[in-house]
Design a protein around this ligand. Structure first.
Ligand code: HEM
Length: 140
């Protein structure tokens, strides 16, 4: 078993626990919107109920992207990189740092087994996908 598979499995299991509470996505967006006026500005015209479902889908792809992604996941990450790029949603790199911070805080709240090892695993998985999305920021 490769290290990356072990890390993905750990994060996948943790996210399964987080999802079972039923309030992960709404807690995430409560924190995310409270984090900065720049974030609130981006979601000014967004239906947040729909966005919560999108987040769940996005996180599942993000986790799978880290190790042995299917073609569907590869395509989805490409699509996300495009939609968040400068010429479309224009999600500046600094906003991803906030996103990651809020993600980790929300996981810490929902997964009772959250510890340093799990935090590092989540960080590794999320940073891998964020790096891929950011590589497309200026390109499209
Ligand atoms: C790895 C990090 C992220 C993931 C996985 C993610 C995921 C998603 C998904 C799945 C969608 C819906 C599909 C789409 O429009 O392409 C979306 C839309 C969106 N995301 Fe992200 N996102 C991330 C980071 C961010 C950040 C840092 C911001 C900054 C505020 C942001 C703001 C938005 C906005 C404004 C929309 C469009 C909402 C609308 O339709 O009105 N995202 N995101």
């Amino acid at each position: 078993m490769s290290d990356n598979k072990a890390v993905r499995d750990l994060v996948e299991k943790s996210y399964g626990i987080c999802r079972m509470t039923g309030s992960f996505s709404s807690d995430f967006y409560d924190l995310f919107l409270a984090s900065s006026p720049l974030v609130r500005e981006k979601f000014a015209d967004t239906d947040m109920q729909t966005q919560q479902r999108m987040l769940d889908q996005g996180i599942r792809h993000l986790i799978r992207y880290f190790h042995a992604p299917s073609q569907v996941t590869l395509d989805k990450m490409q699509e996300l990189g495009r939609s968040h790029s400068k010429s479309r949603l224009n999600i500046e790199p600094a906003l991803y740092a906030i996103w990651l911070d809020v993600l980790l805080k929300t996981v810490a709240k929902h997964d009772p087994d959250f510890d340093d090892e799990l935090e590092n695993a989540w960080r590794k998985v999320a940073e891998y996908g964020i790096t891929a999305m950011l590589a497309m920021y200026n390109q499209i």
